[in-house]
Design a protein around this ligand. Structure first.
Ligand code: TYM
Length: 354
């Protein structure tokens, strides 16, 4: 493997360039995103973020990662966590993340994430963390006073993920907006005290597809941790299971295929179809005028299968090649560690750490 010393790397990071087989153009904006291995990815993850990742890597210097340190803020079975982390890596690759164009790591393999998280925690107010809606939702499942500190501190780690990579853009689903707002507040606070050290990130939240809803309770977000598997379509679902789940998806008795805030069930399916087929919602409504839910659901299931099946086949191939995944993980973490270490040093210098 090609090695540069830290100083050369820091310089080359801006001018370059080629490092460890990844080509970056000078002045390219950077983009960061991650997914927790707290379950198997759903169609919500595909629509909300991953669908666009392969396009972003053509125009941005991208870093994608498996947020395993975030996943352990709720209890995980070690064997399941390991399996889900590898599966997520295979999912990224099978969905088009190209390690020759983007860096891709397991979060815990790059210790700078946790280290920066500690530094940032010294600038974060308890009040702002206690206002995070995701903390409130997740802690509701714990008995009072038994919520882990990590769950509370989670948004600080997320800010570290973003800031460590000097991200200009952060593509996420709508549920992550508040965390990015906190990150932006931390940048203002830190830079006010120490000068222009941290880069201000912008979220990218798509107009459609940013909040795919549960198939069984369309007032809720589709989630990989839903106890009712009928509520989500997972990357593990066989084609016939996908067809069944869509058939059983909750709609209403109106019978008109349209996007209407008063009818979240059918609206969510229309949104899904529109994003998956790259058509506007209006075009979908026109195409299905006078057509019942049955035919529309069948077409939606066919589209889902046509997108998910090739990803499943490629994931299976990748998961059968552990040597490749192992060598990829170690090469990529070496790359990212050497790329981020000088920047973390700069942050520590600003704070006054020897
Ligand atoms: P996570 O693992 O819950 O979800 C990963 C990404 O998928 C989006 N998403 C959805 N989008 C649309 N509809 C849905 N039903 C749906 N479910 C999930 C999420 O919004 C997210 O963008 N904290 C993050 C992981 C993370 C991260 C980061 C992301 C950690 N550090 C830094 C970006 C940058 C999370 O829990 O995502």
């Amino acid at each position: 493997m090609f090695h540069l010393d830290e100083k050369q790397l820091y310089l080359s990071f801006w001018r370059v360039v080629t490092y460890a087989g990844i080509h970056y153009t000078q002045g390219m904006k950077s983009l960061v995103s991650g997914i927790q291995p707290s379950g198997v990815p759903t169609i919500g993850h595909i629509l909300g973020t991953v669908k666009n990742w392969r396009h972003y890597q053509e125009s941005y210097r991208c870093h994608f990662f498996i947020a395993d340190l975030h996943a352990i803020t709720v209890q995980q079975d070690p064997a399941v966590l390991r399996a889900n982390s590898l599966k997520l890596l295979a999912f990224f690759l099978a969905s088009g993340v190209d390690p020759k164009k983007s860096s891709v790591t397991i979060q815990s393999h790059v210790p700078q994430h946790a280290e920066l998280s500690w530094l940032l925690s010294c600038f974060t107010h308890l009040g702002e963390l206690s206002r995070m809606t995701q903390f409130k939702d997740k802690s509701a499942s714990h008995s009072t006073k038994a919520e882990p500190f990590g769950l509370f501190a989670y948004p600080v780690l997320m800010a570290a993920d973003i800031l460590l990579h000097e991200a200009d853009f952060v593509p996420v689903g709508a549920d992550q907006k508040q965390h990015i707002e906190l990150t932006r507040d931390l940048v203002i606070r830190f830079n006010h005290r120490y000068g222009e050290v941290l880069k201000m990130p912008e979220p990218i939240i798509p107009e459609f597809g940013a909040r795919v809803r549960s198939l069984q309770d369309p007032t809720k977000k589709m989630s990989k941790s839903d106890s009712n598997a009928q509520g989500y379509i997972s990357i593990d679902d066989a084609p016939e299971v996908i067809v069944k789940k869509i058939k059983k998806a909750v709609t209403d008795s109106v019978g008109v295929v349209a996007y209407d805030n008063e009818r979240p069930g059918i609206s969510s399916l229309v949104e899904m179809y529109s994003v998956l087929t790259d058509q506007s919602v209006d075009a979908v409504e026109v195409a299905y005028q006078g057509v019942g839910y049955g035919k529309f659901k069948k077409d939606l299931a066919d589209v889902l299968v046509s997108i998910i099946e090739p990803i499943q086949i490629e994931m299976k191939r990748l998961l059968g090649d552990e040597d490749y995944l192992d060598s990829l993980m170690s090469a990529q973490s070496r790359l990212v560690i050497s790329r981020t270490a000088p920047y973390l040093r700069k942050i520590k210098d600003a704070i006054g750490l020897l």
